[in-house]
Write a new protein. Structure first.
Length: 337
């Protein structure tokens, strides 16, 4: 979408690495080249492009020191003042050559030194944060300021049907930092069906199994369903049938799933941390499991067609057009400096 915004006024070239290897055959050779060359390619090419293009716009990759004029920073869920902030990597599904080498370096050198290697604050002249919370992390970690542009969310595709089920939906990658185990802890105490949507990482299957067991032990097996990855159409349907979107992850830098749920007319119940308090009403935020239980019960009782419309209207500005306009405003400022 950033590329689409830039193409309004500029000739844009996509320097994504995968395009340079797309014609390599056989597929196994293409795979090997990507795994071996990705790090040196990205590092060297970003530096060459920096001197050749009027503007190099990059996504912030904590493990790879790319160089650009402008970088968009979207931290992992769990990034907070209590850990490594915007360079926090809570879970890694696979190991490649670079990550193994990185770990070896971090074992040899003090952590502060290794952070300087991978998070050089001068590698991008200007930064964009995906929330004011992320902006605070940037100030704390890098001692730099940043523009703030909330991510685009497909809010326009959602409607607010008046008829709903006693249903609570959670969306996200199933991994420890997402805190979905809280569903198993408090879910059986709530007279509603819980639906969990999202891919499992290697530890996610165990989390899903534990949630299912928790419901089964109470004789409530039908009150929990795990759907895994679903199409956008299925996700839309499930959200529009539900009364509540439950997001237990702590220190979520923004929370696209929460915005989608609100756009569909769900009442959000989310952890009081990260960027979520910037758009979720305080009455629906929680700190502890007991509070989450109380807020979920309250949200189910409070839901009404009128409140659903109110939730939808409160997030309608997180749309694609707004995102593109704000990106272009910042790009034009940067180019003039």
């Amino acid at each position: 979408m950033i590329k689409e915004a830039l193409e309004r006024e500029f000739i844009v070239q996509d320097l994504a690495m995968h395009k340079f290897f797309s014609h390599v055959k056989p597929p196994i050779l293409r795979f090997i080249l990507r795994r071996i060359l990705i790090v040196p390619f990205l590092i060297l090419y970003s530096r060459l492009a920096f001197t050749s293009y009027k503007l190099v716009f990059i996504n912030w990759v904590p493990r790879i020191p790319l160089k650009g004029h402008l970088a968009y920073i979207q931290p992992f869920a769990g990034a907070s003042e209590q850990n490594d902030g915007i360079i926090y990597e809570p879970h890694q599904d696979r190991l490649d050559f670079f990550s193994l080498w990185k770990r070896r370096v971090e074992n040899i050198f003090p952590s502060r030194f290794s952070k300087r290697i991978y998070l050089d604050p001068h590698r991008s002249k200007f930064l964009i944060a995906n929330s004011y919370y992320t902006r605070r992390l940037i100030r704390m970690q890098l001692r730099r300021d940043a523009f703030v542009v909330y991510p685009p969310v497909p809010v326009d595709q959602y409607q607010c049907p008046r008829s709903r089920r006693e249903q609570i939906v959670s969306i996200g990658r199933v991994s420890p930092e997402k805190n979905f185990n809280l569903i198993g802890q408090i879910g059986p105490q709530i007279p509603a069906k819980f639906i969990l949507i999202g891919k499992c990482d290697p530890s996610g299957s165990q989390i899903v199994a534990e949630i299912k067991k928790s419901f089964q032990n109470q004789g409530l097996s039908d009150n929990f369903s795990y759907f895994g990855w679903v199409s956008n159409a299925t996700k839309k349907s499930l959200l529009e049938q539900s009364k509540v979107i439950f997001h237990p992850a702590e220190y979520e830098p923004f929370g696209i799933a929460v915005v989608e749920g609100m756009a569909a007319g769900c009442i959000p119940v989310a952890h009081r941390s990260g960027g979520i308090p910037e758009f979720v009403p305080d009455e629906f935020l929680f700190n502890t499991a007991d509070e989450a239980l109380e807020k979920l019960r309250m949200a189910l009782q409070m839901w009404s067609p009128e409140l659903a419309v109110q939730m939808h209207k409160s997030v309608i500005h997180f749309n694609k057009q707004r995102f593109m306009d704000e990106i272009m405003r910042i790009v034009n400022q940067v180019i003039k400096k």
